[in-house]
Design a protein. Structure first.
Ligand code: ADP
Length: 721
C-alpha cells in the first residue's frame, strides 16, 4: 500500500510542473553549495575542497564563485514567474549575466593569450598547478560552459524562441561537462590534443551537470522535459531511449577501454566489437521502440475506428433528425447542416457551407435571421422564435419554431451559432382548430345557457300558471262544496216540504173523502145518473189521491230515522217476508225460491227489508197473464260486495226504461192494467243509495227481469272468502 502510495505520489510529481521547478531550485542550491565549498577550500587553503584528489585539477576560485552565482541565479529563476518580485528578477538576470561575462572573458584570455586579471581576482594560485595553462584560469570548456549557461539563464523564457535557445544552450552546457566527466570515469589522466582543453575538476563537472539539468527543468512545459513528461507515445519512447542513449555508449566505451587495457583484443578489433555492440544495442532499442510505436499505432487505429464509427453515427443521427439543424460561424457563414435543412433550403450541404443567409433568402428576411443570431450571441443563451417560411421541397408554407444557441468549444471559445428549427405547422393548425372548437363550444354553451334561462322562465311561467290553476281549482272545489251543500240543503228542504205537504194534504183529503162517501151514501138517490157518475169519480179520485199521498209520505219517510249500518243476515229476513207474502203467493200460484246460503251485506235492516219487499211486490204484480210467477232470491259476494238479486219470469221491461223506472211516479202501465203509484222502485233506489249501494236491472221484455242490488259486504263475509 505504501509502495503504491509512493508510486502515485511520484507520478503526480512527475506530472506537476511545480515539482520540476523545485528540482531546478534544488539543482541551483547544489551548484551554489559546491561553489561555496570550493571557495571555502581556497579561503582556508584546504586542497580536498579545491580538488577532490591531489592528482586532479582544482576548481578555480573564480569558477567556484561562478557556481555560487549561477546556483543562486538558477534558484531565483526556479520560482514561479508570477510570485517573483521585480528585484528578484533583476537580480537573477544580473547574476546570470555576470556568469556569462566570466565565461566570455576567460575564453577571450585563451583566444588572445592575454591575462585580463579575471583568473586570480579572488585568490592567487601558485605556478604549475595541475593541467592549468595560466595560474587560476579555468579550463576553456569550463569558460564555454559558463558562457552558454549564463546566456541560457539570461534568456527570456516567456518567448518561444527564448525557450528553444534556453534548451539548446543548457544542453550544450552539459556536453563539455559530460566529456570531462567521462575522462574521470575512463581514467584518462593526460589527455592531449583537443582533450587537453577538457580538464575540469570533478566537482566542476557535477556542478555544471546539475546547473544544465536545473536550467532545462526551468521550463517543464517545453523541450526535452516536456517530452519526458508527456503521456503520449513520444513521451514513452523518450523516457525509454534517453537513459539508454546516455548510459549505453558510456558503458560500451568503458568496456572497449577495459578491453584495450587488458589487451583482450587488438584496438582496431575493439572498434569492430564496439560497432557490433552498437549495432545490436541500437537494433534492439529500435525494435523495442518500434514495437511500442506499433502497439500505440494499433491502439490509435482502434481508437480512430471507434471515432469514425461514432462520427458516422453522429452524422446519421444529425441527418435523421426531422428538425432542421445547422451551424453558422459567428459571422453568420454556414459551417454545416443536416438533411432536413437541405430539403427545406433546396440545396446540398456542400452548396450551403461557406455561404450566408443572404445567398438564400431576400435581404429583408436575411436581416431578420442575422438579427436573431446576434441576439442569441448577445444574450449568450438560447433564443427561440417562430416564423412562417416556404419550404423549397414542396413549396408549402410552414411555421418553424427556431431556437438559436451560441456554441462554445471545450476551451470556452465561441464556435458559432447552432440553429434548430421544428416544423410546428400541424401543431399550430391543431391548436387553431382547438381554439375554434373552444370558441364554438363556448358559443354553444352560451346558447345553451340562454335556452336554459328561457326554459327556466317558461317553467317559472308554467309554475305560476299551475299555481293560478290550483288557486282556481281550490276556488272551484270550494264552490262545488258550497253548491253541494246548498243543493243538499235545498234537497232536504224539498223533502221536508214534500213530507209536510203530503202530511198536511191528508187531513183535507180525508175530509173530501169522508164527505164524498157521506154524499154517496145519503144523497145518491136524489142525484141523476150524471150526478152519480161524477160523485163516483170524486170518491175514486180521492181514494187514489190517498194512496198517492200515503206512498209519497212513505217515500219521504224512507231513511228519515237515520241509516244504521250493521251486518244484516238475509235468510231470517227473507223467511219472514215469505210468510208476509204467503197469501199473495198462494193466490197467484207463484213459486218463491231462495238460493241459500245468502251472503250477509252491511246495511240498515229496515231499508234492506223495504228493498226486498218492494222488489217481491213488483215481481208478483208484473207477471205474465196465464204464467205462474217464478221468483228467486239470491245474495252472493262479488268483488268485496254482496249482490242481492231478485229474478222473476214476468213481463219484463224494455231497455229504454231501465233508468227511468227508478224515478218517482214513473210507471209504464195504466192503473187498470197494473195498479201502482210509481213510487216503489224510487223508494228502493233511495234506500240503496242511502246505504252506499247500487241498483241495476237486466230484463228482456216478455221473459222476465232481474234486479241486482249491490251493498257493502259485512266484515265476516269479507274475511270468509
Ligand atoms: P208501481 O209498481 O207502483 O207502478 P214501481 O215504481 O214499483 O211503481 O214500478 C214502476 C214501473 O216499473 C211499473 O209501472 C212497471 O211498469 C215497471 N215494473 C216494476 N217492476 C217490474 C217487474 N218486476 N216486471 C215488469 N215491470 C216492472
Amino acid at each position: 500500500l505504501l509502495a503504491r502510495e509512493i508510486a502515485v505520489n511520484l507520478l503526480a510529481a512527475w506530472d506537476s510542473p511545480a515539482s520540476w521547478r523545485a528540482f531546478a531550485r534544488s539543482a541551483g542550491i547544489t551548484a551554489a553549495a559546491i561553489g561555496l565549498a570550493a571557495l571555502t577550500g581556497w579561503l582556508l587553503d584546504i586542497d580536498a575542497l579545491k580538488s577532490l584528489h591531489p592528482d586532479w585539477v582544482t576548481m578555480k576560485a573564480n569558477a567556484a564563485a561562478g557556481f555560487l552565482v549561477s546556483g543562486v541565479a538558477l534558484w531565483l529563476k526556479g520560482h514561479e514567474a508570477d510570485r517573483m518580485t521585480p528585484l528578484q528578477r533583476h537580480a537573477g538576470q544580473a547574476l546570470a549575466g555576470s556568469v556569462a561575462l566570466l565565461g566570455l572573458l576567460t575564453l577571450f584570455e585563451y583566444a588572445a593569450s592575454i591575462d585580463l586579471g579575471v583568473d586570480q581576482l579572488l585568490f592567487r594560485e601558485s605556478l604549475g598547478a595541475i593541467k592549468t595553462l595560466a595560474p587560476g584560469r579555468m579550463a576553456p570548456t569550463s569558460a564555454l560552459c559558463f558562457l552558454t549557461l549564463g546566456i541560457a539563464l539570461m534568456l527570456d523564457a516567456a518567448k518561444p524562441r527564448g525557450k528553444l535557445a534556453t534548451s539548446i544552450l543548457a544542453t550544450a552546457t552539459a556536453f563539455p561537462a559530460l566529456v570531462s566527466g567521462l575522462t574521470y570515469l575512463y581514467g584518462i589522466e593526460n589527455a592531449y590534443g583537443i582533450g587537453s582543453n577538457a580538464h575540469m575538476a570533478l566537482h566542476t563537472v557535477l556542478a555544471f551537470l546539475a546547473l544544465a539539468a536545473g536550467t532545462l527543468c526551468l521550463q517543464p512545459e517545453h523541450g526535452i522535459i516536456a517530452l519526458l513528461r508527456s503521456r503520449d507515445a513520444g513521451g514513452v519512447i523518450a523516457r525509454r531511449l534517453l537513459p539508454a542513449a546516455i548510459l549505453l555508449p558510456i558503458l560500451i566505451g568503458w568496456l572497449k577501454l577495459s578491453g584495450d587495457r587488458t589487451r583482450l583484443f587488438e584496438p582496431g578489433f575493439g572498434v569492430a566489437l564496439v560497432t557490433l555492440t552498437f549495432i545490436i544495442a541500437l537494433s534492439l532499442l529500435i525494435a523495442w521502440s518500434a514495437r511500442l510505436l506499433s502497439q500505440a499505432d494499433a491502439e490509435r487505429n482502434r481508437a480512430n475506428a471507434v471515432i469514425r464509427e461514432n462520427e458516422a453515427r453522429l452524422h446519421l443521427l444529425l441527418h435523421s433528425i426531422p428538425d432542421l439543424v445547422w451551424l453558422k460561424d459567428p459571422q453568420g457563414v454556414f459551417l454545416s447542416c443536416n438533411a432536413a435543412f437541405e430539403r427545406f433550403a433546396g440545396a446540398r450541404e456542400a452548396d450551403i457551407v461557406g455561404k450566408t443567409d443572404y445567398d438564400f433568402v431576400d435581404a429583408e428576411t436575411a436581416d431578420i435571421f442575422r438579427a436573431k443570431d446576434l441576439a442569441a450571441l448577445a444574450a449568450n443563451s438560447s433564443r427561440s422564435s417562430e416564423e412562417w417560411l416556404t419550404s423549397a421541397e414542396d413549396g408549402r408554407r410552414a411555421l418553424l419554431e427556431t431556437t438559436k444557441t451560441p456554441l462554445f468549444d471545450s476551451a470556452g471559445k465561441l464556435l458559432g451559432i447552432l440553429g434548430i428549427a421544428r416544423d410546428i405547422t400541424t401543431r399550430h393548425m391543431a391548436e387553431e382548430s382547438l381554439r375554434a372548437a373552444q370558441a364554438q363550444s363556448q358559443r354553444l354553451l352560451e346558447e345553451a345557457n340562454h335556452s336554459r334561462l328561457a326554459l327556466l322562465n317558461a317553467l317559472e311561467d308554467q309554475r305560476a300558471a299551475e299555481a293560478e290553476v290550483q288557486k282556481l281549482n281550490a276556488g272551484l272545489e270550494k264552490r262545488v262544496r258550497e253548491r253541494t251543500a246548498e243543493l243538499e240543503a235545498a234537497n232536504g228542504e224539498l223533502e221536508a216540504f214534500s213530507y209536510s205537504v203530503s202530511h198536511d194534504l191528508r187531513a183535507p183529503l180525508r175530509a173530501i173523502n169522508g164527505f164524498a162517501q157521506l154524499l154517496a151514501r145519503r144523497h145518491r138517490d136524489s142525484l141523476n145518473e150524471e150526478g152519480r157518475h161524477h160523485l163516483d169519480n170524486v170518491v175514486t179520485a180521492s181514494e187514489r189521491m190517498g194512496v198517492l199521498i200515503r206512498d209519497l209520505l212513505h217515500y219521504s219517510r224512507t231513511g228519515r230515522g237515520g241509516v244504521r249500518s250493521v251486518p244484516v243476515p238475509l235468510e231470517p229476513l227473507v223467511r219472514h217476508l215469505g210468510t208476509t207474502f204467503s197469501e199473495r203467493i198462494a193466490a197467484t200460484g207463484a213459486r218463491l225460491e231462495v238460493a241459500e246460503p245468502l251472503a250477509t251485506p252491511l246495511g240498515d235492516v229496515t231499508l234492506i227489508g223495504q228493498i226486498i219487499t218492494n222488489l217481491l211486490d213488483n215481481a208478483l204484480i208484473y207477471r205474465r197473464a196465464g204464467v205462474a210467477p217464478q221468483i228467486s232470491i239470491s245474495a252472493q259476494r262479488e268483488n268485496g260486495k254482496v249482490a242481492l238479486r231478485v229474478t222473476d219470469n214476468g213481463i219484463g221491461i224494455a231497455p229504454e226504461y231501465h233508468e227511468k223506472i227508478f224515478q218517482v211516479f214513473q210507471r209504464l202501465h195504466s192503473d187498470e192494467e197494473y195498479p201502482g203509484t210509481g213510487i216503489g222502485l224510487a223508494i228502493v233506489y233511495k234506500a240503496v243509495r242511502m246505504m252506499d249501494g247500487e241498483i241495476t236491472v237486466e230484463s228482456t221484455p216478455g221473459e222476465g227481469s232481474t234486479f241486482s242490488v249491490r251493498l257493502p259486504a259485512a266484515m265476516e263475509e269479507r274475511s270468509a272468502t
